[in-house]
Design a protein around this ligand. Sequence first.
Ligand SMILES: Cc1cc2nc3c(=O)[nH]c(=O)nc-3n(C[C@H](O)[C@H](O)[C@H](O)COP(=O)(O)OP(=O)(O)OC[C@H]3O[C@@H](n4cnc5c(N)ncnc54)[C@H](O)[C@@H]3O)c2cc1C
Length: 641
Amino acid sequence: MYYSSGNYEAFAHPLPPEGVENKQAYIIGSGLAGLAAACFLVRDGRMPGEKIHILERDPRAGGGCDGWDYPGLGYTMRGGREMDNHFEVMWDLFRDIPSIEDPSVSVLDYYYWLNKRDPNYSLCRATQDRGQDAHTDNKFNLSDKACMEIMNLFFTPEEELQDKVITEYFSDEVLNSNFWLYWRTMFAFENWHSALEMKRYVTRFVHHLGGLPDFSALRFTRYNQYESMILPMVNYLESHGVDFQFNTHVTDVRFSCDDAKDDDRKLATEIRLVREDGPAAVDAAEGVQPDGKTAPAVDLAREETIPLTENDLVFITPGSLVAHSSFGSQDAPARFAPELTPGDGWDLWKRIAAQSPEFGRPEKFCGDPEKSNWESATVTTLDEKILPYIEAICKRDPLSGGVVTGGIVSVKDSSWLLSWTINRQPQFRAQPEGQVCVWLYGLFTDVPGDYVKKPMRDCTGKEICEEWLYHLGVPEEQIEELAEHSANTVPCMMPYITAFFMPRADGDRPLVVPEGAVNFAFIGQFAETPRDTIFTTEYSMRTGMEAVYTLLDIDRGVPEVWGSVFDLRVLLNATVLLRDGKPATDMNMNVLEKLLLSRGLKEIEHTDIYGLLKEFGVIPTTDENRDVPVPATGAVWPGIH
Ligand SMILES: Cc1cc2nc3c(=O)[nH]c(=O)nc-3n(C[C@H](O)[C@H](O)[C@H](O)COP(=O)(O)OP(=O)(O)OC[C@H]3O[C@@H](n4cnc5c(N)ncnc54)[C@H](O)[C@@H]3O)c2cc1C
C-alpha cells in the first residue's frame, strides 16, 4: 500500500489483484469502516459480493453513523456529522456509490451540488444570557502568548507528545479564548484530552482556520447520515450480493502468533461468535432500556466458531465510540452503563490485545468512562410554538428546507456546555411536515443544569428539553408546557464517545495492518494510521481502504491525508487568521526583536518570499512596499480551499 495525490492516481482503476478469486472476507462491524472496507473489496479488489461476510451485533448497519425513527421513542440521532471537502478517501469512494436522494447520481455529486446551491455558514455561533448573541463575531480572541502556545503545539513532533494532555501545552490564555470555545464544542475536546490528537487536528485542518468561526468550512448531507451515507453503501453492497449477518456478536478472534520468534508471522485462525435473535437481541444491541432494565448478556454457551485459513481475510473494528450507548425517552433518563460485556467492541479488543503487544492497549481508551462520556439528545418539535425562539437566534426559517443554524450554536454560559444544531429539514425522509429535528449535546454530564438543577445524565428527555428552552430564552412560565406538549426529546448517553481522545502513546492503537499480519487488519477509530484525525467519517473509511489495499496488495495509491500542512500559503494565511487578521509585525516585541525583524525583511525584499508575506498579510502593505510584486499563488484569500 502506498499513498498518492493528484489526478493520475485518483481517476485510474487498479487491475484486479492477484489471487483474489481464492479469497473471502469476514468484516467485523458494519460501521463506516466496515462498510467502506466492503465497498473497496468490491470496487477495487473485484471480490465477488457473496464472498464478503459482514458480522454485525446490531440489527442494522451503520454503527455510530445513525439516524432512526425508533418505535415508541421517536426520532433519534446520536450525532450529526460535520464534514470537509478534503475527506479524500470518502470522496474517492462516494463518487461511485449511487445516492439515496437521486440514485441516478453519485453520493459525491448530489452532495457537491447541494452544498454549492446551499452553502453552510452560521449567523450566530454562540449565545449567552438566555438566547442573546454572545457576539464572538468570528474572532478567535487569542493573545500573542496564546498564539505562541498553539504554534508551539503545532510544531512539536508527535514523539514528544506521547501521553501528554492538552493542558500541558495550553494555559488559560488559550482555554479562556473564543478559539477554545469554538474548538472544544465543535470537536468535543476536553481539557484533559490528548495533546497528540490536538496537534493532529490543528495540522490536519489548518486550511480551515478561516472557516472555523462561522462554519463556512463545513458541509452537510441532505438527510441524517444513516440515510444519506450508510443506506447508499448498504444498497451498493446488497446489489453486489454481499452477505450481511446481523445480531451476530463476535466474542473473540484467535491468532497464531509468536512475537518471540524471528519470524513474527501472525495469522487469524478462528472467529468466535454468538448469534442472537428476537427483540431481546435488538434491545441488547441498541441499549434501549428506557424502563431501566439491564440489557441481557450474550449467552456464551451458544458460541460458534468460524475456522480461518490464509485466504480468509478478517477486518476487525476494535472498540467503538458508541459502545454501551443507551437511549432514554421523553420520560426516562438514558442510563450511564459503561460496564463491558462479552460481544461488545471493547471486550472483543481486550481479548484480541491479550494475544500480542502489537494489538494495542484498549484500557488506555476505555479505562475511565467519566472522562470519555457525553450525552446528546434529539428534540423533535411537534408544533410551531418553539420555532420563533429558534429563528430569533439562528436568523433563518427552520422549515425552509435549507441550511438552518449552519453548524452548532454553543451556549457559552451553560453549566452543561450545551450546543445545538438544526440541519436541513426534514432530516428524515419520513418526517412529518412542520416538525423539526434538533440535535443537542452537553459536554459536561455530571454537573447540575442552570434551570433543571440536576446533572444532564439524570434528566429525562423532557427535562433536557426544558434546559435547552431556558437557554433559548423561552419565558420560564412556558418552559414546562412546551417541553411536555410541543416537543418529544430522546436522550442518548455515550460513555465512550470520546474514548479515542484519551491521552495515548505509540502502540496504544494497533497499526491497520500490524507487522507480520498475514490475513487480518484493524479498521475504524482505534486503528493507527499516520496523520489523519479521529472522530471523523474519513478516518474510519480511510482505515477500511488502507486495510483492503494492503491485504489484497492493490496496485493503486490510497489518497494521502490532505497535505495543507505542507503548503506555505496555508501556513502563512493561518498565522494571520489566528491573530484575527493582525500582521506578524504587530506582535509584542522588544526593540531588539523589532530591529532584527525589520532587517530580516529588508534582506528578502526582492524575493518571492517577501511577496508571499505581503500577499497573505503576514506583513502589512505600506507605501514603501505597495509596488512589490506578489507571486501568482492561485489562492482564494483568506479561506484557501
Ligand atoms: C455523536 C457523534 C458525532 C459525530 N460527529 C462527527 C462529525 O461531526 N464529523 C465526522 O466526520 N464524524 C463524526 N462522527 C464520527 C463518525 O460518525 C464515526 O467516526 C464513524 O461513524 C465510526 O465508524 P466505525 O466503523 O469506525 O465505528 P462504529 O460506528 O463504532 O462501528 C463499529 C461497528 O461494529 C459493531 N461491533 C462492535 N463490536 C462488535 C462485535 N463484538 N461483534 C459484531 N459487531 C460489533 C458495532 O455494533 C458497530 O456497528 C460522529 C459520531 C458520533 C457518534
